[in-house]
Design a protein around this ligand. Sequence first.
Ligand code: NOJ
Length: 516
Amino acid sequence: MPGEWWRSAVIYQVYVWSFADSDGDGIGDLPGVRSRLPYLRDLGIDAVWLNPFYPSPQADNGYDVADYRDVDPRFGTLDDAAALIRDAHDLGLRIILDLVPNHTSDMHPWFVEALAAPPGSRERARYLFRDGGDLPPNNWISMFGGRAWTRVDSQWYLHLFAPEQPDLDWTNGEVRAEFEDILRFWFDLGADGFRIDVAHGLAKDPQMPDLGERQIATGPAPEGHPHWDLDEVHDVYRSWRALADSYPGDRVFVGEVWVQSLSRLARYLHPDELHTAFNFTFLLAPWSAGALRAAIDDSIGYLSVVGAPATWVLSNHDVVRHVTRYGGGALGYRRARAAALLMLALPGGAYVYQGEELGLPEVTDLPDEVRRDPTFARSGGADPGRDGCRVPLPWSGTSPSYGFGPGAASWLPQPAEWARLSVEQQTGDPDSMLTLYRSALRLRKELGDDGMTWLASGDDVLAFRRGPGFVCVVNVGDDPAVLPAEVRGGTLLLASGPALAGDTLPGATAAWYAVE
Ligand code: NOJ
């Protein structure tokens, strides 16, 4: 496995709850993932990122960790995790785990001890307890709705997410030492890296000032915010990078960093900090040539200043699936096919969220009683939450659970139409989304590490060259567009849709060409 593999890797996100269920309890598990590794190898990806599988009360589907060095019995055992890593390596796939350092579960032994200990104790000092009386210490709000403080006695504790997710105090040396030890534990077991949850959230302004109006809005953190993107977080990542670099084999960190600007994002990607970070600018861009082009230029421009590759992502377990985001139905599906060819032709790394290779849409009509995402309950149902992008995958067959598990059970119900979208149905179908992803991932391996150059094109068209002989053209508009001169006479390698006529490309279609 050559060095710096992460600069152009395609990383497939496995949401363990929903990928494959080996024992029929309706919940995905590690043996399920393990049994499907050959599918992932055949898809043509380089690495797998596993969402949290640690012991957890699952108040936020695993982002409330009670023990960072074990596996939740729902998902298997530590031996299953070790076997999964071994099998993946045997197939040439790397494994990235999810590290949740901003908060623990309220059932983590540290927090249980903190509640039993008095104010001012060493046990409470690992978290952010503050005196308050009847009123919380300030007006900070939880990302899941409601206030970010919960009262326990004369004190309140901070939780930027659910009350079951108390925030750690990262100025505490014990916290830093513990997480370095956790990193070592998994690196020693063979993990190739970590995705870092809420990487921009660890440090808080010690004065804990009230939020101003501008800071309360959700979305990327504005500069000067008292609990997002503080300079102090960088020291943590410098020490983690030194630790990762002390291991053989190019171990990596990818940050989940929601910040206002790409220049702020780049600060996490200095050569002595994180290797890469998710690029939410691209994900958030609407389906418009101007917006996508600006997102691409800004990402490559700002990140190259610090020597970091851009990364591209269209969907994940927290956002509405992009078939639906891009308009849904036949149009959304068509745009999603074009978006896949755009993303996979860009220089840098790419993330594929499980099921996007099947063209799965968001499930928007889940019954209230099956929804698990805390945002649903905490917003009083106003926010449907993120369950709609977490519905278990259809693998095969014509009745639930469509091969997700051995029986009919699946923790969220799958739409009946998904029988048509299963891996089995799409395999071998030349027009399927799965075939498109497989072909694109195979061809992408030839692209190397070269940068990109834009070609002159119409307003609704994105056209760029990679290396000497490859051109990607995306018609983002709805009407046919004239192909750039460079590809006329070239060889069509792959197209996201049919009906390529003469010198025009149909609307919402992308095509890859080999050119002289
Ligand atoms: C980001 C994760 O992706 C999300 O699923 C989770 O709810 C929050 N962080 C809190 O850990």
